[in-house]
Design a protein around this ligand. Sequence first.
Ligand SMILES: Cc1cc2nc3c(=O)[nH]c(=O)nc-3n(C[C@H](O)[C@H](O)[C@H](O)COP(=O)(O)OP(=O)(O)OC[C@H]3O[C@@H](n4cnc5c(N)ncnc54)[C@H](O)[C@@H]3O)c2cc1C
Length: 383
Amino acid sequence: MAGKTVLILGGGTGGLVAANRLRRMLESEHRVVLVDRSPLFSFAPSFTWVMLGSRTSARISRDLRALGKKGIEFIIGEIQAIDTANKRVMVKDQRLEYDYLIISLGAEYSSAEIDGLGRTWTYYHLEGAEGIREHLPTFEGGRLAIVVSALPYKCPPAPYEGALLLDDYFRKRRIRDQVEITLYTPEQLPLQVTGEHIGKELVALLTRRGVSFRPKAKLMAVDHGAKTLEFDDGLRQPFDMVIATPVHRVPEVLVQSRLAAAGEWMEVDRETLAVAGQEDVFAIGDCNAVPMVGGSALPKAGVFAHGEAEVVCRNIAAEVAGVEAIWAYGGQGACFLETGGGKAAYVNGNFFAEPPDVTMRRPSRFAHWQKLGLERLWLWRWF
Ligand SMILES: Cc1cc2nc3c(=O)[nH]c(=O)nc-3n(C[C@H](O)[C@H](O)[C@H](O)COP(=O)(O)OP(=O)(O)OC[C@H]3O[C@@H](n4cnc5c(N)ncnc54)[C@H](O)[C@@H]3O)c2cc1C
């Protein structure tokens, strides 16, 4: 049997898991090739800790070139075109051929859609989290707005985590009574896809901590001169500091390569993650839209990228070995939501159930320790 090449596009959460899992499952005559524009992997669940200064960027980042020691070929470069008809991908001026393709290119950030959004603070990338860390000590009080700028966005609990951790931070600085924290979102309730009960629990938690919650608020513009947020219902809200999620879009290379329509996410089979009409091309993680009952899609979160990678890799390995590919993705997901004071809530359940069967455990020290363990495990296990 001739050696096969599995090409993995994107060295983020999904790509990293896929590369590791395949390298262990496939014999050495088969190649596992991973491509990313950057050699640096950073663990996003720790970005809120970077924002508050309890983590450095170096501590939560690893070099993807280290994967070479495991037999994973890593190529640094911009992916410019994906030609599934001829089974090849253009990376800078190299042409890479494949037998199986796993696309895990994540979501691209944009601010062009909303006037002034590009000048807001964000912890949705590492540099942004570092920027807030530098700025926060100079913030002596006023109105802090935390804004979900558009749907969908990665890790639905992250804005709520940010609000609760900042509440804790200002309490520790003893200036909490001088800071008004408001969270704006276009959703009716937090984490709407999980059902009403979790949303209501989260709103109650925010209220107990003095964080105002403004649902159904669709951001139209950020006027930095007048220091006001403008929403679609004409509401104008003053701010002194605004932290926002960027607008998330499917990566442009997927649109250019006709694998996704502009403004949409990649369509996949919800059990095999195969791209419609392509039996040897799979899309995992944030770049896809895995359909759920009721017409919505799975949230964009690393836990799903990870689970999807496991299924795709097992099926590819089975096929390469000449046995039946039987694995199906089940829609299980879990996430920690840090609430401050050394505690975290834990959201967990099956997102494919009808309706989604998801629960939230109330904040505990145990869950916070589990999150600390997860960070350690992640940065150790996959490098
Ligand atoms: C603040 C924050 C907190 C989060 N917390 C959690 C959490 O607690 N739990 C959880 O499950 N999820 C969390 N997430 C979400 C999680 O990080 C993402 O959902 C996950 O990383 C998605 O994995 P992915 O492989 O699809 O994409 P990514 O991890 O984004 O990887 C995509 C990769 O593709 C590369 N790429 C893209 N286009 C190109 C191109 N043209 N050429 C070359 N390379 C390219 C990028 O450089 C990137 O490395 C959080 C996210 C944020 C921002």
